[in-house]
Each structure stands twice: as structure tokens, then as C-alpha cells.
Design a protein around this ligand. Structure first.
Ligand SMILES: O=C[C@H](O)COP(=O)(O)O
Length: 214
């Protein structure tokens, strides 16, 4: 199980979380990555933790003010990128363009989706993985795998029907090792989480609990 921590725009210290994630990953052997704000990618990557961007733009180099180039985040240490999110919704053509941009820059990709139908559409674009996240459960206290296990199972089936090579993650409300374990039992290859770590008083303790569920 891959644990990907999205820091969103929370007012946490990205280096504190990155250092904790690096240490827990090294001690446990678990795969843990941190996805900071674009401006923090380089210094988070400098900690040695696996680092992901929160977004890359569909465009390549050129006259594109305000874009986040896949090549730029890769050059600054990112190994992968999220694409699309309930909080940063893209048109399908832009999701496709961003997956292609990430491929050009050798970034691993996870496309977020709100439901199994979107998972199928996203899987057809050939990312490495898709993440199903019911918007109403994001930022809450109850894990998607507990509140709506059927959506995880249906997402796994939807991706499998389109492209069995595309892994399925789940996210929303994940904060404990038991949540990780339950997600794995439902067929998820990993979890995407944010508030459980980014808003924690002790991020390292939460990460240690999360890896206990792998
Ligand atoms: O990208 C992460 C997800 O939106 C989950 O967020 P959450 O763990 O705060 O529910």
C-alpha cells in the first residue's frame, strides 16, 4: 500500500511533515510520499522524502503565464503528480493533457475522481493510478473505506474493466492504520490523505499508525 500525503494549502510546516514521512518510510519500509504546494517542491524533495506535485498544467514550455510545468516540478525533485481533484476540477481534455505532460517529464501520475464512473473515464487516459474520493467525505473524520466501501469496490471494478494496469487508490477521511488496512482489503493499492496528517499535532505519530495497517 502506497501512502500519499497531500498537504493541500494547509498551514502546516511542509518540512516537518516531509521529515517525519521520510523517517517513518525508512524505519518501516513503507512507501510514503508527500505532495506539497508547488513552491515547496524543491525543499521538500531535499529532505529525501518521495515528493509529488499537487498539479501539473497540460502545456509544455511557451507563453503560458501561471502554469505549473511538469518539467519544472520534475527538475525540482518531484517524482509524481496528482492530476485533477474535487478541489481543483479540470476538464477531461485538460486531464488528458496533464497526464501527457507528466509522461513527457517522467512523472508518475494519479488522477483523482469523485465516483466510479469518473474512475473509468480517467483510467481510459492511461495514468499510473486513479484515486476515488467522494467529495462529501473529504476532510471528515470517517474513512471512505468505512463510510462507503462499495464506492471503493466499484472504483476497482471500473478501472479493471477499462485498463487492468491502472491502480486504484481511495481517499477522504483516511487517518488510521485500520483505515489503510480496510482500504487494502477492498482492493485499493494505496491511500490518498491530507487532513489526518496535515492538521495533526504529531504528524509522525499519525504516519506510524498509518503504516501499521499496510
Ligand atoms: O487529496 C486528499 C484528499 O482530498 C483527502 O483529504 P482528507 O484526508 O483531508 O479527507
Amino acid at each position: 500500500m502506497f501512502i500519499l500525503v497531500n498537504l493541500k494549502a494547509y498551514p502546516c510546516d511542509p518540512i516537518e511533515v516531509a521529515t517525519a514521512a521520510r523517517d517513518v518510510a525508512e524505519a518501516s519500509g513503507a512507501r510514503i510520499a508527500v505532495s506539497p504546494q508547488a513552491a515547496d517542491v524543491a525543499r521538500v524533495a531535499d529532505t529525501g522524502v518521495e515528493t509529488w506535485a499537487q498539479h501539473v498544467s497540460p502545456n509544455a514550455h511557451g507563453s503560458h503565464t501561471g502554469s505549473t510545468l511538469a518539467e519544472a516540478v520534475a527538475d525540482n525533485g518531484a517524482e509524481g503528480t496528482l492530476i485533477n481533484h474535487s478541489e481543483n476540477r479540470l476538464k477531461l481534455a485538460d486531464v488528458d493533457g496533464s497526464v501527457r505532460a507528466a509522461e513527457r517529464a517522467d512523472l508518475e501520475t494519479i488522477v483523482c475522481a469523485n465516483n466510479p464512473a469518473q474512475v473509468g473515464a480517467a483510467a481510459a487516459l492511461g495514468p499510473d493510478a486513479v484515486a476515488v474520493e467522494p467529495p462529501e467525505l473529504i476532510g471528515g473524520d470517517v474513512s471512505v473505506a468505512t463510510a462507503d466501501p462499495g464506492i471503493v469496490e466499484d472504483a476497482v471494478a471500473a478501472a479493471e474493466a477499462v485498463d487492468p494496469a491502472v491502480d486504484v487508490f481511495c481517499g477522504a477521511g483516511v487517518s488510521t492504520g485500520e483505515d489503510v488496512s480496510t482500504a487494502g482489503d477492498l482492493g485499493a493499492a494505496g491511500v490518498l490523505l491530507a487532513s489526518g496528517v496535515a492538521k495533526a499535532d504529531d504528524p509522525e505519530a499519525v504516519l506510524e499508525d498509518l503504516v501499521s495497517g499496510i
